[in-house]
Design a binder for this molecule. Structure first.
Ligand code: NAD
Ligand code: DAU
Length: 399
């Protein structure tokens, strides 16, 4: 029986991860969720999992030594998976301090408590040793590498070497906007308060590995999309606004590029790294799915309009006329300060060493995501009531 401490699992990726591992491993695992339930955390996202006898929830802050220590005192934790973070770049520009506190000090507190609980004397070489099978996984981001150049205005065919061809078999028309990609060797060069805080967290996690021989892995993933995504991020925000007949705010000219990965594919990668990843290693996770923001927004408009026409039952969700779902909804607004131009992950290491590959083509993933949003309006209503309206007005009111 493996016991997981999953932090931030009332949020987007963490909730999907808890769903993934509970359905894959059933009663062979025990899961303890620690989440502070900030604006981004919604306990209903894991409601069904919390009804399972082997899943429990602690409301608390990853920075709180007593809370985290008590969890380790009461449970023989094997894996810590740290999703808990302040995760939205725009909010980090408004309030950097909160990001540094949660993302850096929170991570250090978790590392510290795990190290205390797992310590097991010294190994043959005199280095600190830990109980067998323990691992701390820091969920990080491609943003720690900074921004890549966009070499092409339009996406060009992507050429991959023979080794990687095997793992992307079945996926066609892979394209890219640039010649360079983020590898695990790319120097860290964060450019927003959010990414600077995530980079610092990575560095402290690696410092624990090098200094204390502590069993750490780091995963650095590209932009995720899928169910339970909070509608402050581009894709769910655009879906939400279309259904409500609201303008779709595109930063700058909409030409920035992101590498989109369906969240379940990310969860599979995390599971592999936990079970098979080599201690002390970093693994990049990405979808080979680069797209410009403006094309993403147009694709979502087209897909929602098509679904509404083909399945009129969904039209009752519209707070606008079906004919109004078109590109006129797009509004170009003041750019994000320091806006990173392009992210693109090279996933060769995790693909060749652990056998992972991004299974979900974007056209499939985006339709699943839109349908999930259409079918789960109660979840959307819950998370967009209250503070969300204030946030939206503050962020977009004068843009
Ligand atoms: P999210 O904002 O949806 O969820 C964050 C969760 O952490 C929420 O449930 C929140 O309540 C909780 N939390 C925040 N502060 C906390 C604290 N002090 N103590 C305990 N819980 C706290 O984030 P997400 O998009 O699910 O991202 C999860 C992790 O993955 C983050 O570390 C993020 O940096 C990383 N990441 C995200 C993406 C992405 O595209 N969303 C991509 C790569 C990496
Ligand atoms: O790359 C991984 C990162 O992806 C994660 O580490 C972050 O936690 C996650 O939030 C995400 O960061 P981004 O800043 O890339 O995601 P966001 O959805 O905020 O923005 C995606 C792109 O869309 C970005 O270029 C900014 C743009 N954008 C965003 C919003 C919210 C708009 O044009 N309009 C918007 O209203």
């Amino acid at each position: 029986m493996i016991t997981y401490l999953v932090t931030g699992a009332a949020g987007f990726i963490g909730s999907n991860f808890v769903k993934y591992i509970t359905s894959k491993y059933g009663n062979d695992i025990k899961v303890i969720v620690l989440d502070a339930l900030t604006y981004a955390g919604n306990i209903n996202s894991i409601k069904e999992e919390l009804e399972l006898p082997n899943v429990s929830f602690v409301k608390g802050d990853i920075k709180d030594y007593c809370v985290v220590k008590e969890i380790f005192d009461d449970n023989d934790i094997d894996f810590v998976v740290n999703f808990a973070a302040e995760s939205h770049v725009d909010r980090s520009i408004e309030n950097p301090k909160l990001f540094l506190e949660t993302n850096i000090l929170g991570t250090q507190n978790l590392l510290n408590c795990a190290r205390e609980a797992w310590a097991d004397g010294k190994d043959d070489t005199g280095k600190p040793a830990y109980k067998k099978g323990k691992k701390y996984l820091q969920i990080s981001t491609d943003e720690v590498y900074g921004s890549l150049e966009k070499d092409f205005d339009e996406a060009q065919p992507l050429h991959v070497d023979d080794e990687l061809k095997q793992v992307i078999e079945g996926r066609h028309n892979l394209t890219t906007f640039g010649k360079k990609f983020f590898t695990e060797e790319t120097p860290l060069s964060p450019r927003s308060p959010y990414s600077a805080s995530k980079t610092s967290a990575d560095m402290i996690a690696m410092a624990y590995h090098h200094t204390y021989n502590f069993p750490v892995n780091i995963t650095r993933c590209s932009n995720n999309y899928g169910p339970y995504h909070f509608p402050e991020k581009l894709i769910p925000l655009v879906i939400h606004n279309i259904l409500n007949g609201k303008k779709l705010p595109v930063y700058g000219k909409g030409l920035n590029v992101r590498d989109w990965l369906y969240v379940e594919d990310h969860c599979k990668a995390i599971d592999l790294v936990l079970r098979k990843g080599k201690i002390g290693e970093v693994y990049n996770i990405g979808g080979f799915n680069e797209e410009s923001n403006i094309n993403i927004v147009k694709l979502i408009i087209d897909t929602i309009a098509r679904i509404m026409r083909e399945e009129p039952k969904y039209q009752s969700l519209l707070n606008c006329n079906l004919e109004d779902i078109n590109y006129d909804l797009i509004t170009y607004v003041t750019d994000r300060p320091g806006h990173d131009m392009r992210y693109a992950i090279d996933p060769t290491k995790i693909a060749t060493q652990l056998g992972w590959y991004p299974e979900t083509p974007f056209t499939v993933g985006i339709e699943k995501t839109i349908r999930w949003n259409l079918d789960n309006q109660q979840w959307i209503d819950d998370v967009t009531s209250g503070d969300y309206q204030k946030y939206y007005e503050q962020m977009y009111g004068n843009r």
